[in-house]
Design a binder for this molecule. Structure first.
Ligand SMILES: *Cc1c(COP(=O)(O)O)cnc(C)c1O
Length: 291
């Protein structure tokens, strides 16, 4: 199976809205795992405990982490049980998007977090793979950036869900002495306070925390916004690269609203475009063809 985890992903140059920036193509890291999920899974790929026969996780019904874990489990010949708090009946009858792909990998889907149980020889992986083990792979991303960009002062930007990738990237860059990089992020799931709480669970040294930038408007995770779809389309037109529809639009809106900060932007493309299938279907249902 082709897993190019260890290769440096390309670093390319683009311009969007008069901002020229470097784009780290972590969307190209693996055909199987979605961008940063490949980085977060890397540790388990190399160090999976041999007595474990089942991975258990939980989270949203179309999650990129869910699909990545389903593929990981299939490759490692492990069982994978996943709990969604609520399974909409139309999805139960007609699964599509990430859910369909994960079910095809053999994922067992359960409803209700209160039903979550862990048996002997099973490993629970936190929602969004927000685990200490994720550091192992994210540190490799930091090493690649250091090799690819030796000079200048760069603002590294990546949008956050659990914030694990942004935190560990910031920590690894600091620990590796790469003071010419500063990591910035924006919270896509919950508020900036929520993001900091997530970080406190993973890291007590606050000097490693990324800098949080905000948008004036509050966006709710998973909801559809015309401006999200529009910036996603414009990004595609300007770069020819497909971005992702849940995290990247909020990320780019935060950059444009704080553009004075980003004089030398390096944006991490964290993959996730497979999830666009179900997102685009939702956008079409809500706004019609001529959005
Ligand atoms: C999972 C994911 C994120 C969030 O990553 P965290 O480490 O949880 O912050 C961001 N972008 C994409 C495309 C993702 O799939």
């Amino acid at each position: 199976m082709f897993l190019n985890f260890n290769r440096p992903t390309p670093l390319e140059e683009y311009t969007f809205e008069n901002i020229s920036f470097l784009l780290k193509r972590d969307d190209l890291i693996s055909q199987l795992f979605s961008g940063n999920k490949a980085r977060k899974i890397d540790y388990y790929w190399h160090n999976f405990p041999s007595h474990i026969n089942t991975i258990v996780s939980y989270g949203s019904i179309q999650s990129n982490a869910m699909l990545s874990l389903a593929r990981f489990a299939a490759l490692k010949r492990l069982n994978f049980r996943y709990y969604a708090n609520h399974i909409p009946s139309f999805l139960r009858e007609n699964p599509h998007g990430n859910l369909l792909l994960a079910l095809k990998e053999g994922m067992e889907l359960k409803e209700g977090y209160s039903n979550l149980i862990i048996n002997k020889n099973e490993l629970l992986i936190k929602e969004g793979i927000a685990t200490q083990e994720a550091y192992f792979g994210v540190e490799k991303l930091a090493q690649e950036l250091i090799e690819q960009v030796a000079m200048g002062e760069y603002q590294v930007f990546l949008p956050s869900g659990t914030g694990t990738t942004a935190l560990f990237l910031s920590k690894a860059l600091q620990k590796l002495g790469a003071t010419h990089f500063k990591v910035y992020t924006t919270a896509c799931v919950g508020s900036s306070e929520y993001l900091r709480e997530q970080w406190q669970e993973l890291e007590s040294n606050e000097s490693y925390y990324p800098i949080i930038v905000e948008t004036k408007k509050r966006y709710h995770f998973g909801r559809l916004y015309r401006e999200f779809y529009q910036i996603w389309l414009e990004l595609h037109k300007a770069t020819g690269v497909e971005f992702e529809l849940l995290y990247d639009p909020k990320g780019w809106l935060a950059i444009l609203e704080n553009r004075e900060i980003f004089t030398n932007l390096l944006y991490i493309h964290q993959g996730g475009e497979l999830g666009n299938i179900s997102m685009l279907a939702r956008y079409k249902r809500k706004y019609g063809e001529n959005i």
